[in-house]
Design a protein around this ligand. Structure first.
Ligand SMILES: *Cc1c(COP(=O)(O)O)cnc(C)c1O
Length: 388
């Protein structure tokens, strides 16, 4: 194993991330780890596996450092890297039993909502979708003894509603259920859900953690290494939703710049939100950093150092004007996804399709690390040009 000279708990998270805990590869003294590509590991002559490694569907030495960094940043007991955010999220539900009851938000990451309403329901989970910005609505949906998992996302795609994590944890735990938080948008920087009572944190590592739109990956971090966490480990190993060594290495490389990227994006998003709300072509700006946004006071309590790099705008003139605005940007890239260094714009209802709770005049903005003034100028010209 490796030295960990710079993983003192007294160091700020930004320092831990910049040096990826400061691990040094012991045989070469390299400050960057090698990529492990082996699918299998040698058995000892006496038939043991003293290295702890058997076969790379179960784990990979290239996960060690990134999982240790995720554990440190979220102040958890352990972490697992997955092949995608969806693989990480679905493992949390597949670790339950058919017949168990779960609660999830009405407005949440769309693909996971579809999976819950489709596959998970057919598999036998009982799923209730609630307004997760309202603790009373969550409490009313709990079925004591039957509810096993409360899933929340905060801030939540694509309207950026905020869930009170500590309040949700209290409701879940009183019912004997666990709380899992999709913290993709808080990016492991602004919120630490485990410290607020969550049992598991999920990240679409594809997004901010990697940050360069060149990788699909996911991660879970747990508060406790319990039976549930062991089930999740088995699901990753058995279903095989594993990252390759190169992908895990890329993720670690991306996470070294997590703090400067994400803090820049959040500052820029805050300025854009404040400026865009006065724009004649913008009917509404949705961003937790705006003082009159409905979830702002909860966000201000549980987010430190910023409100993230995601916002949405509703364009005057409805769907046609929104689509026309997205068509006319030049600097912003017209694409789905979020959390990369390049800013993205998306007509969200188009990708979510039938049944979406997303208004048809809404554009979702993922703010990257370009100069804020350039981003604003491009959006401004596109909004004005789409007015005709
Ligand atoms: C992208 C995303 C996911 C899914 O992650 P993938 O890596 O695309 O599978 C889940 N939750 C949120 C909030 C996301 O943005």
């Amino acid at each position: 194993m490796a030295d960990t000279p710079n993983s003192k708990p007294s160091l700020a998270p930004a320092s831990l991330a910049a040096q990826a805990l400061g691990w040094i590869e012991p045989t070469t003294r390299a400050v960057v780890p090698p990529i492990h590509v082996a699918s299998t590991f040698l058995r000892d002559e006496d038939n043991q596996f003293r290295s702890g490694r058997v076969y790379a569907r179960a784990d990979n030495p290239s996960y060690d450092q990134v999982e240790a960094l995720l554990t440190a940043l979220e102040r958890g007991a352990g972490a697992y890297v997955f092949a995608s955010g969806m693989a990480a999220a679905t493992a949390c539900f597949l670790a339950l039993d058919p017949g168990d009851h779960v609660i999830a938000p009405k407005v949440m990451y769309w693909s996971l909502r579809n999976w819950l309403a489709g596959f998970a329901t057919r598999w036998g989970l009982q799923v209730d979708f609630v307004d997760a910005t309202d603790l009373d609505a969550i409490a009313a949906a709990v079925r004591p003894g039957r509810t096993k998992l409360l899933w929340v996302e905060t801030p939540a795609n694509p309207l950026w509603g905020v869930t009170d994590i500590a309040g949700a944890a209290a409701i879940a735990h009183a019912a004997g259920a666990r709380l899992a938080v999709d913290s993709t948008v808080a990016a492991g920087v602004f919120t630490r859900p485990l410290e607020l009572g969550a049992d598991v944190v999920m990240h679409a590592a594809t997004k901010y953690l990697n940050g360069h739109s060149d990788l699909i990956a996911g991660a879970l971090v747990t508060a406790a290494k319990d039976d549930y966490w062991e089930r999740i480990r088995m699901i990753r190993a058995q279903l095989g939703a594993v990252s390759g060594g190169f992908e895990a290495w890329l993720l670690l490389r991306g996470m070294r710049t997590l703090f400067p990227r994400v803090e820049w994006s959040a500052r820029s998003a805050q300025r854009l939100a404040e400026t865009l709300r006065g724009h004649p072509r913008v009917a509404e700006v949705l961003y937790p950093g705006l003082a009159d946004f409905p979830g702002h006071s909860v966000a201000a309590r549980q987010m430190r150092g910023g409100f993230g790099g995601m916002l949405s705008i509703r364009v005057r003139g409805g769907e046609a004007a929104a689509v026309a605005t997205a068509a006319r940007v030049e600097l912003w890239k017209r694409a789905t996804s979020l959390g990369g260094v390049e800013s993205l714009i998306e007509h969200r209802a188009s990708i979510e399709g039938a049944g979406t709770p997303c208004p048809s005049d809404l554009l979702r903005l993922s703010v990257g690390v370009e100069a804020t003034d350039d981003l604003y100028a491009d959006l401004d010209q596109a909004l004005r040009a789409s007015a005709d």
